[in-house]
Ligand binder design. Structure first.
Ligand SMILES: [Fe+2]
Length: 140
C-alpha cells in the first residue's frame, strides 16, 4: 500500500480530531509496513492491536462529543464506527488463523486505508462542521 499522507484535504477543521486522525494514519501505515515486510507474526499482531486500541480511543473521543451535543447524524456515524471495529476484529481473526497471506495483506491495505480516508472526508468532515457551528474547539 502506498503510505497514506495526511494533507489539508483530510482536515475536519477541529484540531483535536485532526491530530488523532494523523496518529491513526501513522498506525495504519506502520501496520501496512509490518505486513509488507513480513516482520513476523508477533510483530504484526502487536501492530494490529496497537492500531485497534488507538481506533477505540479515537472513536470514543468523537462519540463522546456526539452524545453530549446530541448530534443529529449520530446513528449513522456510530454505525460506521461499529462496522470498522467489526472489520478490524475479523481481520485480526483471519490473521491469527492464516498468517500474513496475500488476502489478509490486501484487506489490510485496501480496506483500512480506504475506509478511513472515505470516512474522514465525508462523515467526519460533516461532524467537524457541526462542532464548529456549535463553537466547540474540543480542548482535551
Ligand atoms: Fe468518525
Amino acid at each position: 500500500m502506498e503510505e497514506i499522507m495526511w494533507d489539508d484535504s483530510l482536515s475536519v477543521g477541529v484540531d483535536v480530531i485532526d491530530e488523532q486522525h494523523k496518529m491513526l494514519i501513522e498506525r495504519i501505515n506502520n501496520l501496512s509496513k509490518a505486513v509488507a515486510k513480513y516482520m513476523g507474526h508477533t510483530k504484526i499482531i502487536e501492530t494490529l492491536l496497537f492500531m485497534s486500541e488507538y481506533t477505540d480511543f479515537h472513536f470514543s473521543t468523537e462519540e463522546k462529543y456526539m452524545k453530549e451535543l446530541d448530534y443529529p447524524a449520530m446513528d449513522n456515524h456510530l454505525k460506521q464506527h461499529e462496522e470498522f471495529k467489526a472489520m478490524l476484529s475479523t481481520l485480526e481473526e483471519d490473521f491469527k488463523e492464516d498468517g500474513a497471506t496475500k488476502v489478509v495483506s490486501k484487506s489490510i491495505n485496501t480496506f483500512l486505508g480506504n475506509w478511513l480516508i472515505n470516512h474522514i472526508k465525508v462523515v467526519d468532515v460533516n461532524f467537524g462542521k457541526f462542532l464548529r457551528d456549535k463553537g466547540v474547539t474540543m480542548v482535551e
